[in-house]
Design a protein around this ligand. Structure first.
Ligand SMILES: [Zn+2]
Length: 680
């Protein structure tokens, strides 16, 4: 649903005795239309992405600690440097408020590498003892709940949380989802090509190494790793694919406690739920019943010792980033170096800043928005949102392929969309989390347990429509179909994405396109299945739905013909929603821009016409270099198409682009499938 994925701040540390203070940091500035990022030797009609981003690609090699480097990632790293200064100030100042104290203490604890190293695997001891003490398969269920509660990031076997009832979006219900795999996707376990086989061998070796770090002898670790791999392969086979998971009807299986028991009788549900301390519930959604049936079957057939090894490995794998250097390095070597192509691990301060953002994000975010997000930015971007929504309304009304009934429902949905800009109205209260300067792993666990309890605590309660699931510094945006809202964190409304110093052309091309993208998600092949209230409810006439499907098919045929990396084509059944949002969003942004500037006389700048500047501004959100390993992973897991096609694939469908650059019919950058696609 999101658009991304899509000079270091001057930090001067003055040390006087024990006390350090950091200078007020500043974010570096890059304009939202950067002519130095262009490659004017390229023919825009042959490869527009090269024309708009070729200079950026040349000037911005991927840093050794990154797997991909883009305008979005660079801004995100600038934010991390800025947040670091905020955290260093927080650790140094005396007599500060409780929120500042908490993020400062958390950061100090995280930065204490020597202490983490001296502890080795000791922080896992309590859990390892509990696993070791389990006398039966039945005893594993409460153990899973215990391990799930305190594992940040990677989960244990499956996920439990809360979700809006797909049929009644006003209430929160319990939700069970598949999980339990150590590779990035279920398809990794089956693909027959040489690279995939190598992935599995390396993963199995990683599992063995982690078990050795827990003290297992090499031969025993190797044998356990092979059994864990067999168990995970069975779980992977019973897991839904990413394409299946895009269909909300395939993800909806509501059931009561008795049906949970019937679905997975070997999972000791009562003991599990008692250990969770979740509110009692009479209805839960299970996204993938076949997965839970498989878990149950394997609980009945796989020896207890193998399950114990499985849990020991996943416990250590989930906590590895917070343990000693041996664990941290093994985790980096497999997940970021081997699988994604990073050359170096990120410096510890970057990992720590991101962890504060991850676990105490709305505390750290308060300082961030105070320093970087002005009311003026909020107002001007909200005005852009409203203008783009007005264009959407006009276009919905004007679609001649849509019946009046469907139009009416579509308009009701459009009018019900809530616009959330910058940061939440009410900040999350983390006061109940105990944070200690000398207990990093404990802090991570307590913050994870807080979030776990917060999620489960929603069960049975009315929905909080003010909640955000991205933190304010996040350089990204999202549409939430069950909330029916669009969300733009402060982090994505900064230069070079939204640039208050620039004129409308690049700002509408870039941020206007992002706004249009999120708005279009409400009406893409998946979002269109939800109504104005966020309920999974069909509001389309049969004929209109068929006409929409035809238009979507045009887009999936187009993207399905593009190469993602080397021998892999784009899986356009996975990327369809994003591809539709990219196209729909940019069309909306273009019309809204024309509308905004209709009374103004616009001039050429930098040898670019106003229309050309709109399109270059658009393309430059996506300038990027990515390692081939990361590209391969994304080809299987990323619902977004590669950056180049998020630009070229859009503009080939826009006659406004052809006119702006005077492209001749039959120019090299033509659509692989011929005819232009149009969604809204
Ligand atoms: Zn999206």
């Amino acid at each position: 649903m999101n658009r991304a994925a899509r000079c270091l701040a001057a930090v001067l540390l003055l040390t006087t005795g024990w006390r350090a203070t950091a200078e007020e940091p500043a974010l570096p500035y890059t304009p939202s239309l950067d002519v130095t990022a262009m490659d004017r030797t390229a023919d825009p009609c042959a490869d527009f992405y090269q024309y708009a981003c070729g200079g950026w690609q040349k000037n911005n090699p991927i840093p050794p600690d990154q797997t991909t480097w883009s305008v979005y990632h660079k801004l995100s790293e600038d934010n991390v440097a800025f947040l670091r200064a905020i955290l260093e100030q927080a650790t140094a100042a005396k007599d500060q408020d409780a929120v500042t104290q908490k993020i400062g203490d958390y950061y100090v604890a995280c930065m204490d590498e020597a202490r983490a190293d001296s502890l080795g695997a000791a922080p896992l001891e309590g859990d390892l003892d509990a696993i070791s003490a389990a006398k039966s398969v039945g005893a594993l269920a409460p153990l899973m709940a215990r391990l799930q509660r305190e594992s940040a990031g990677r989960g244990i076997l499956f996920k439990i949380e809360s979700q809006q009832d797909p049929d009644d979006s006003e209430r929160e219900i319990a939700s069970f989802d598949q999980g339990g795999l150590g590779l990035p996707d279920r398809d990794y376990y089956f693909k027959a090509d040489a690279k995939s086989k190598d992935n599995r061998e390396k993963y199995q070796a990683h599992v063995a190494k982690v078990l050795m770090l827990l003290g297992d002898a090499p031969a025993s670790a190797k044998s356990s790793a092979a059994k864990i791999m067999r168990l995970e392969t069975a779980l992977a086979r019973a897991s839904l694919t990413r394409v299946e998971r895009r269909d909300p009807y395939k993800m909806k299986h509501k059931m009561g406690p008795a049906e949970l028991e019937a679905m997975a009788p070997n999972l000791a549900w009562k003991a599990y739920l008692a250990e969770l301390e979740a509110p009692a519930f009479d209805i839960a959604n299970v996204t993938a019943p076949a997965f839970f049936s498989e878990v149950s079957k394997r609980l009945g057939s796989v020896p207890l010792a193998v399950w114990k090894d499985y849990l020991r490995f996943h416990l250590a794998n989930a906590h590895a980033p917070y343990l000693s250097a041996a664990f941290v390095t093994e985790d980096f070597d497999f997940y970021r170096k081997y699988l994604k192509g990073a050359k170096q691990i990120q410096p510890r301060w970057k990992r720590c800043v991101r962890l504060v953002d991850d676990q105490l994000g709305e505390a750290l975010g308060q300082a961030f928005v105070r320093k970087v997000f002005t009311n003026e930015t909020k107002e001007t971007t909200l005005a852009m949102v409203r203008r783009i929504e007005a264009v959407m309304e006009h276009r919905l009304q004007a679609r001649d392929w849509m019946s009046p009934e469907t139009k009416q429902a579509a308009l009701a949905k459009l009018h019900a969309i809530r616009n959330k800009i910058g940061y939440p109205d009410k900040w999350r209260d983390y006061s109940s989390i105990r944070v200690e300067r000398a207990d990093f792993e404990g802090n991570v666990r307590r913050a994870a347990a807080f979030e776990f309890a917060r999620q489960l605590g929603k069960i049975g309660k009315p929905v909080d429509r003010d909640e955000w699931w991205m933190t304010p510094p996040t350089v990204n945006a999202y549409f939430d179909p069950t909330m029916n809202d669009i969300n733009f964190p402060a982090g994505v409304l900064q230069p070079p994405l939204y640039d208050p110093k620039m004129d409308d052309a690049p700002n509408y091309g870039n941020t206007g396109g992002t706004i249009g993208h999120e708005l279009t998600h409400g009406f893409d092949d998946q979002g269109r299945m939800y109504d104005a209230h966020g309920n999974l409810k069909d509001w389309w006439t049969k004929a209109d739905a068929a006409k929409f499907a035809e238009r979507a098919k045009c887009v999936s045929n187009q993207y399905g013909a593009y190469v993602a990396v080397e021998d892999i084509k784009i899986n356009s059944a996975l990327t369809l929603g994003e591809d539709v949002a990219d196209l729909g969003g940019e069309v909306l942004a273009y019309v809204a821009w024309k509308d905004a500037v209709q009374d103004r006389k616009l001039e050429d700048r930098d040898d670019l016409s106003p229309d050309q500047r709109f399109f270059v501004g658009f393309a430059q959100w996506a300038c990027e270099n990515t390692r081939p390993e990361q590209q391969r992973e994304w080809a299987l897991t990323n619902p977004h198409s590669p950056a180049k096609y998020r630009i070229n694939g859009v503009v080939v469908n826009m006659p406004e682009f052809e006119r702006a650059f005077l492209c001749k019919a039959g120019a090299p950058m033509t659509k692989p499938t011929g005819k232009a696609c149009s969604i809204w």
